[in-house]
Design a protein around this ligand. Sequence first.
Ligand code: FES
Ligand code: FES
Length: 239
Amino acid sequence: MTKDDDPKAPEHSSKSEEERKRGLRRREFVKLVGGTGVAATAQVLAGHKLASAATTATIPEEVAAGSAGEVIGPGPVAMTLRINGEPKKLTIEPRVTLLDALRNHLDLTGAKKVCDRGTCGACTVVVNNKPVYSCSVLAIELADRTGKPGADIRTIEGLALEGKLHAVSAAFVENDAQQCGFCTPGFVMSCKAYLDTHHNPTIEEVKHALGGNLCRCGTYMGVRNAVVQAAMSTKGGRA
Ligand code: FES
Ligand code: FES
């Protein structure tokens, strides 16, 4: 008696047989992707060769990032980040975000981890003069690498050089633009980057420009007033 004739045979058995013939089943596919995911992400983002599950076991734990065609990760790699004008050497896995590199490896805790998924702006730093969510970019993408200079990364710690508050920070204090203060470093960095290219903003323009930063305490009016005041004190902006 064949299984088609046997009433006790499971109904799906012939279906499974068909699936096997068609190729990878869903469970097998998920297992395969799960095993290669970390290495694949690191390689795609860093622009190097893909390290498959079969090869990761033979990759040296620590290699310098950047030699052309060299496989990097998933173990720690040496890199240099240019932060507030200074080179900072560190050895971290390619999957580490800029935010985690700053907070956990360089003791720069000004940028805050709140949502960790690019929605709140608390982790904002300035990269090559543009505000960037540091939770949403990998440190290795901005590092000095062979043939490619690293990015210019500015954090809130770099604003108060020689103990003097930056005009934006001072305006935040004067306009009572913070309560718990958790969002404040991100707001200050966004404001600074904005004012570097917009010298004469109106309140409405500031409101639009800061749409990527959230404040749970609701200090928005104070923040907008602070930005306009900072513009006036630095570049002659208008209210
Ligand atoms: S922590 Fe990065 S955007 Fe919220
Ligand atoms: S001051 Fe508390 S979240 Fe903005």
